[in-house]
Design a binder for this molecule. Structure first.
Ligand code: MG
Length: 247
């Protein structure tokens, strides 16, 4: 299979959350941030912890629903707005979205750390001449996501960055893969998707005609087989089809 580019999932593929603080720490950080956000807005609020939790739970529920149904990214601002209205806090959609983002504890602060070999493997693949992209399911994109990548040492100057919330579709929807291919200007046959989810990364890529390398983890789909399997990222460097890019 003559590859020109590799597309990487991020969570549990390039970074992991082994150092994540306990949930209680997340909750209290989120509550502090909700309090600061509301103070700045000039909104009096008796229970910022409830606000943070309500917005966050609504977002997670919407995300779970989307993953189980049409894979269309929900409007998280509207989702949070409605949930907050139910507890008597009236914000407009845009402000509710900003509150959600303000209370989000992510990246290194959220305990994310790159796998020890991630930087080396990406640098070596690039040195060999492969183009590199990320394709990730995330509720927050933009500068927030880029800062998280930077802090984790994973801002390698990606040739394409495809973030579900920016595209409007979640993996394994074909549109998110098509978007990445469009950014790269390559056909599916020239790309290898690398990820830890059989359902989202492997099956999703294969559905659009892309081969996949599965980082072995608890299987989340039956009857899905990747073209390649590995335990450590370093093993990618030994794959014969990844010694040099197809011309
Ligand atoms: Mg993942």
């Amino acid at each position: 299979m003559p590859f020109r580019a590799l597309l990487f999932d991020i969570g549990d593929t390039l970074w992991h959350a082994r150092n994540a603080p306990p949930p209680a720490v997340f909750r209290s950080l989120a509550a502090e941030r909700a309090a600061a956000f509301l103070r700045e807005l000039g909104v009096r609020c008796a229970d910022p912890a409830l606000v943070a939790r309500t917005a966050w739970d609504a977002m997670e529920q919407a995300m779970r629903h989307a993953r189980a149904t049409d894979l269309v990214e929900p409007d998280y601002g509207e989702t949070a707005r409605r949930a907050l209205e139910e507890i008597g806090l009236l914000l407009d959609r845009e402000v509710a979205g900003r509150l959600l983002e303000a209370t989000y504890v992510s990246g290194v602060e959220g305990g994310k750390a790159p796998y020890a070999d991630a930087g080396h493997v990406l640098a070596e693949l690039r040195h060999r001449g492969f183009r590199l992209a990320v394709v990730t399911n995330r509720a927050f994109g933009g500068e927030r996501f880029r800062a998280d990548l930077r802090d984790a040492g994973l801002d390698i100057g990606w040739d394409a960055e495809t973030v579900s919330v920016e595209v409007g579709y979640l993996k394994p929807h074909p549109e998110i893969f098509a978007h990445a291919l469009g950014q790269l200007g390559l056909s599916a046959a020239r790309c290898l998707m690398v990820g830890n989810s059989l359902a989202e990364d492997v099956a999703g890529a294969q559905r659009v005609g892309m081969a996949a390398a599965w980082r072995r983890s608890a299987p989340d789909a039956a009857d899905v087989r990747a073209e390649y399997e590995f335990d450590e990222l370093t093993e990618l460097l030994a794959i014969p089809e990844l010694q040099e890019p197809a011309g």
